[in-house]
Design a protein around this ligand. Sequence first.
Ligand code: SAH
Length: 344
Amino acid sequence: MDTVIEQAQDFTDEELAELLEKNSEQQDQALFQKADAVRRMYYGDKVFIRGLIEFTNYCRNDCFYCGIRKGNGQARRYRLTEDEILRCCREGYALGFRTFVLQGGEDAFFTDERMCGIVSDIRGGFPDCAITLSVGEKPKESYAAFFRAGADRYLLRHETADDWHYRKLHPSGMSLENRKRCLYDLKEIGFQVGSGFMVGSPYQTTGHIIKDLRFLQELAPDMIGIGPYISHAQTPFREFENGTLTLTLRLIAVLRLMFPYALIPATTALGSIDPEGREKGLKAGANVVMPNLSPEGVRKWYDLYENKISTGEEAAQCRALLEKRVEEAGYRVVTERGDVRRRL
Ligand code: SAH
């Protein structure tokens, strides 16, 4: 029998609700410890690093939670040139990064042709690196073209697996159905796929989160990214509370137990709501960090939410600091590509 299936823990809905909702220090500690043990079984003490290049904050979408939504007239917009993107990769390579993540808004300037040109130039210049794209919803042919150009991985959070909730978070015209279609297309093409959702997003209930976990079981993604929802003053959700550290950590641990093989980042959003959020995330089962490799001048403009960190260990340039903090947490930064490990 498949080892993955043997190891993966299957919780009932009731068990999940209890793990997520019950305020018990003892229960949390036991949960984090178990998640840490499973993570070590699959990945030892390794922490994989990804260089995040936020290459455009122009976006055609108007997601109600996001600071770079089209409707935010106050956002200072920027896009990097191909040369600037390649410069980020060169700098990242020298710092030991072997995965580059190109993330951006859905920016029509970056046509398939332009994206493919950029991807194939990175592929040619850095044959030993993984290229991850995170540029939103596209037709299947576009994804296939990106893959042929040399991209290996794709990040597209499903955001919420509940139709009603999806419509509360997005304007009409966007649909959960299309988001899911994209994820299955990406998988079929051969990408290593990452999905995930925000924790504590407006209107989210425990029932929605359980649905998210069930959807992830069906999709079986290679990477799962979650982080707390953090409000932004120039969005319709400005009045909503942020998601909490505690619930995010519980969910990271639950994800590690349900998806022992998965690459799970301690996200920037987690680091932004707590000065030790990243380290706490690692201790709860996360095994990836994605420091910012964008040119320093533009970092503050990729403001998905308020007080998004981009300095200190968050800056790719501060790898030594990151290494130290990861070691203090009990883990080790490695420079390998860090592909998913599906089997023990
Ligand atoms: N356009 C790309 C990249 C989006 S930004 C795409 O559609 O996939 C990456 C992620 O940031 C989003 O998927 C969302 O989950 C998260 N995000 C956006 N706004 C946020 C907020 N206010 N708080 C926390 N996370 C947010």
